[in-house]
Design a protein around this ligand. Structure first.
Ligand SMILES: *Cc1c(COP(=O)(O)O)cnc(C)c1O
Length: 369
């Protein structure tokens, strides 16, 4: 076993050495012409990777901060919000929305179960005042990819804003944010975007800015207030992008990763993830192991596996780590003991690593039999 495990938890994952090298650059200030130029370049790269025309706001924090920013900025007390819940992170969206005073109208399905279009339609019809529809793209707790295009079409047909948690999907599967009409897109640096943790990305559409501007009450709070980010960014764009000290090295690292993503090509990168995930599922099936996500909904970035009868996730994870030097994740919440979750994202979306995992799992299963 290597001293440090290869990270195949569902984020953070290992990063390309060229990306990590950016973290040790000598310090530069987060203001002045040279920095402004770099920052604007990174925003341009983000637009390409997220496939959006909206300005991506990029600041210090993790994915949750972006969820907080979205609901804090969009929702006033008592605003109805439709949230799709079929996993841990869907439930988390509801918690965050509620914490900002929204009246959450959940559309629920059991974990790893698709939410039917008629159920979403019914929720939309029952709540004409709903502020937005919120959905997790890649539900990291189950490895399921929610059908974003279908949800977007329904939300748009009813004239609703669409809030998407793309924390674990951006950079490894098509987002087509512009085309789908995503109004608030939230992601973070450390998963599919292939850079160390530390930056959150929030891209807001013009329609959503109008909705924020049209609030009865001003957006509460100071740091996590999108209206404020925009106001400052517009006022002092040429001098200092924002009002905080930027984690400049994280931005350099993200820049490097985004450039590498675009050099590989979005299509090629998305295909690589799809192929790696499919290869993994085939191997798991031949070991008699069951993938949690239903057929047709499996995500290219995370695979959740049902532990065999009588085997606990933590024990399996530890044995796999000891055998292969690869660390995978266990389940979340009620699925803690019954599920293993494997992140195959970015630098670690590789067939050879998948082969090592399959071999390790096979050996463990044989020795248990
Ligand atoms: C990881 C993750 C988050 C949380 O992001 P943090 O960066 O840990 O705050 C939110 N949603 C999804 C779908 C995730 O995978």
């Amino acid at each position: 076993m290597t001293e440090r495990p290869t990270l195949m938890v569902p984020g953070p994952v290992d990063y390309h050495p060229a990306v990590l090298a950016e973290m040790s650059r000598p310090m530069v200030p987060h203001y002045g012409a040279a920095w402004v130029k770099v920052f604007i370049q990174v925003q341009g790269l983000l637009r390409e990777v997220l496939q959006t025309d909206s300005e991506p706001f990029l600041y210090v924090g993790s994915g949750h901060l972006g969820l907080d920013a979205a609901f804090n900025s969009l929702c006033e007390r008592g605003d109805p919000v439709i949230v799709l819940e079929n996993g841990h992170f869907g439930e988390r969206l509801s918690q965050v929305a509620r914490s900002h005073g929204a009246e959450v109208l959940p559309v629920r399905a059991p974990w790893a179960t698709p939410i039917s279009a008629p159920a979403i339609e019914a929720a939309l019809e029952a709540a004409p005042r709903a502020r937005c529809v919120a959905v997790v793209h890649l539900e990291t707790s189950t490895g399921m990819l929610n059908p974003l295009a279908d949800v977007a079409a329904l939300a748009k047909r009813h004239g609703k804003l669409l809030v998407v948690d793309a924390v674990s999907s951006a950079g490894l599967t098509p987002l087509t944010a512009q085309q789908l009409g995503i109004d608030v897109l939230i992601t973070a640096s450390q998963k599919g975007l292939g850079a160390p943790p530390g930056l959150v990305v929030v891209a807001v559409s013009e329609v959503a800015w109008d909705a924020i501007a049209g609030r009865q009450t001003s957006v509460p709070g100071w740091y996590n207030n999108l209206a404020r980010w925009r106001e400052v960014a517009t006022r002092q764009r040429d001098v200092q992008p924002y009002f905080i000290t930027m984690a400049v090295n994280n931005v350099w690292a993200l820049k490097q990763s985004l450039e590498m993503i675009l050099a590989e090509g979005l299509t090629a990168r998305f295909e690589r993830h799809t192929e790696v995930a499919a290869h993994f599922r085939q191997g798991l099936a031949s070991l008699g192991l069951q993938v949690v996500a239903p057929p047709g909904y499996e995500s290219p970035g995370v695979t959740a596996i049902r532990c065999p009868e009588g085997a606990k996730a933590v024990a399996l994870r530890d044995r796999l780590l000891a055998r292969t030097g690869i660390m995978v994740g266990t389940g979340l919440g009620p699925w803690r003991d019954s599920t293993l979750r494997v992140g195959h994202m970015g630098y670690n979306a590789r067939i050879d690593l998948i082969e090592q995992l399959l071999e390790g799992l096979g050996a463990i299963l044989r020795s248990a039999a």
